[in-house]
Design a protein around this ligand. Sequence first.
Ligand code: PXP
Length: 247
Amino acid sequence: MSGTRVRLGVNIDHVATIRNARGGRHPDPVRAARIAAAAGADGITVHLREDRRHISDADVNLLRRAIPLPLNLEMAATEEMVGAALIARPARVCLVPERRAELTTEGGLDLTAAKESVLRTQAALAAASIPMTLFIDPDLEMVARAPDLGAQAVELHTGRLANAAPSGQGDALAELREAAAAAAALDLEVHAGHGLDYNTAGLVAAVEHVRELNIGHFLIGEAVFTGLEAVVRGMRRVLDDVAGTSA
Ligand code: PXP
């Protein structure tokens, strides 16, 4: 046990994915965020993608005003996204790499290749007093570059651990431990996320210096199983009530 309470950021992108499948308003990400808040989330995370495949600009602005928790906006380091961030004014921004065709964020930022765009983005965010996190692989060279780019925190990509067979988890965890210790030594707050479930979230939360996990896909997927029974029973009651009153 690390002894430190690790914050839980709940990523609600895939509530919007389901909503967008029909183009209507249900299920509403704001309602999901309120449920997450009531259940113990410490923050709400959304990724505003260039193609707006799930969360929209309107969602970000609504969430920012309607929820009682800090909003963590994940976005690419582009002029368009800076514009969206300056309108929404989230509690903080997490810069992520983005490739149009990817199913999800496949790796961390390359802070060498992206240096100029990160610096430009950081300057605009800092002028609006919005702190910046950098989403990076647990790679010591990337960790070392983060302070010079104005980051307050790094979020370590946990995909390798999430995808590892049990025999490979030890190496993936060792890499996370080393990166977390290096980041903390540079006064960077350490966050982690990607692909975490009950098992791997527990492993990462126990890594020294980790202060926050951001988790989305597993939580929204698992909610189907913990929530479906109640919804089907609810619909059964609706139909039974009609039968009762029309009999
Ligand atoms: N952290 C970052 C920076 C991400 O890009 C994502 C995916 O949007 C997550 C955490 C959450 O990953 P998952 O949905 O796999 O839990």
